[in-house]
Design a protein around this ligand. Structure first.
Ligand code: IMP
Ligand code: MG
Length: 191
């Protein structure tokens, strides 16, 4: 896919301290993930399940990188406040449009950080008795994990830092950057 250079993003790019993963590296790795999924799920008619909104750019690139028949559905959850308590609330705002019983479900995530969000969603999906349930995450921050979740497919390991771009936001901005970068400290104010 063609991409604008970072400078084309003007104000957004000026907020970036350092690019960690380039648009080209993302393209290449996502093609590899698609190849692996196509091989592993051949004949299974898998259902990709994504959580809005961060996963949209990843799913948009991953879908055409998969060469077998595949379906997609989405969920949406409400954000929780800051804090790392394991009992913090996550609310399901939008559910899947179809049942998943007996389906081979591949849960697609943009980033797994503490794992709390994913743990909550996987429990909901498991209760519906899919034939299989695996996880594909573009970014993984394994050092921040509070709950262990096996990920079948991981695009990139990230350091324990807040990053933006390729779907990941800071206060709803920066999702449209085609690369992943660190924000300048004067831009990023942890809440
Ligand atoms: P957790 O795994 O429950 O801690 O939360 C993962 C969610 O936190 C992701 O779906 C993102 O919405 C958000 N998140 C985690 N790390 C980052 C980051 O570096 N940048 C932007 N959002 C992030
Ligand atoms: Mg998210």
């Amino acid at each position: 896919m063609a991409h604008y250079p970072p400078e084309a993003y003007g104000e957004l790019n000026e907020g970036i301290q350092e690019i960690l993963i380039s648009a080209e590296e993302l393209d290449q790795r996502i093609m590899e993930l698609g190849r692996a999924i196509s091989r592993d799920y051949d004949g299974c008619n898998p259902l990709l399940v994504g959580v809005l909104k961060g996963v949209v750019p990843f799913i948009a690139s991953l879908m055409p990188a998969i060469t077998i028949p595949v379906e997609v559905d989405y969920m949406a959850i409400s954000g929780y406040g800051p804090g790392t308590k394991t009992d913090r609330g996550v609310r399901l705002e939008k559910d899947l449009t179809a049942p998943i019983a007996g389906r081979h479900v591949l849960f697609v995530e943009d980033v797994i950080d503490t794992g709390l969000t994913l743990n909550y969603l996987l429990k909901i999906l498991e209760a519906r008795k899919p034939a299989s349930l695996k996880v594909c995450t573009l970014f993984n921050k394994s050092r921040r994990r509070l709950i262990q979740i096996p990920s079948a497919y991981v695009g990139f390991e990230l350091p324990n830092l807040f990053v933006v771009g390729y779907g990941l936001d800071y206060r709803e901005k920066y999702r449209n950057l085609p690369f992943v970068g660190l924000l300048k400290p004067e831009v990023f104010q942890p809440d």
